[in-house]
Design a protein around this ligand. Sequence first.
Ligand SMILES: O=C(O)CCC(=O)C(=O)O
Length: 273
Amino acid sequence: MEPRSAAPLDTAYPLTDDQISAYRQNGHVRLDGVVSPDEIIPYRDAILAAAMAHNRESRPLEERDTYGKAFLQIMNLWTVDAIVKQFVFAKRFAKIAADLLEVDSVRLYHDQALFKEPGGGHTPWHQDQFYWPLADARTVTLWMPLIDVSAVMGSMSFADGSQEDGFIRIDNEISDLSEAFFEGYVRGKGYPLTAGAAMAAGDATFHSGWTLHRAPGNVTETVREVMTIIYLPADAKVTEPSNAFQKADLATWLNSAAPGSLAEGPLNPVLWP
Ligand SMILES: O=C(O)CCC(=O)C(=O)O
């Protein structure tokens, strides 16, 4: 078999001031062509193979709850495959994250493949940082389709500016309840919505940990293959967990770091510079 290889993603993707201020204002920004169609092919193959090898969900869609129907979620694939590691550690992505967060240095929180299956359900409104035991609002997720996706495959929608509200509600994990609550909340606040749109493989959205977001179900016959990477400022600190999810994340992703100490552990290398 040919040894696998992929071109390093280390060249810069310079951001304009407008892109950085759009992110600061709206809590998300879309960046096209972060990875070229040629560059992404070997990475897509590696992420797909690793995700399928490590997926532990085998129940039919109709036996899962709303969260389970939304996507297959396979975490920290950088730890199981060298090509996936090269993707997750790409300096191009980490520099974009540092520029958007307006910090000098970022580290990894974790990665996740999020594959919305054919017939997969909607991703309810939620805030990511509800799950994270972090004392720092400056977090950002790269969300990148590995194949071209149309709007009806489940591309992301955002409530512009909602990141400013921070922690909105204590008991609001991704569920029918979070969908109902945040739908009313977003309407009540009058946030403009950025609707999900078609994206090419290698385009990306970046959203802040407190930005409200959701995605529609996948009505096509094709799996929506998406890879995500979550970045923290290198000096981000851990906070006392405020729910059971944060407690679990602290142990799983942050090496049970003590509240008040740096959010760092063997799984949280500095990726930029
Ligand atoms: O891919 C999805 O449907 C949701 C993704 C998401 O919530 C995230 O990346 O924070």
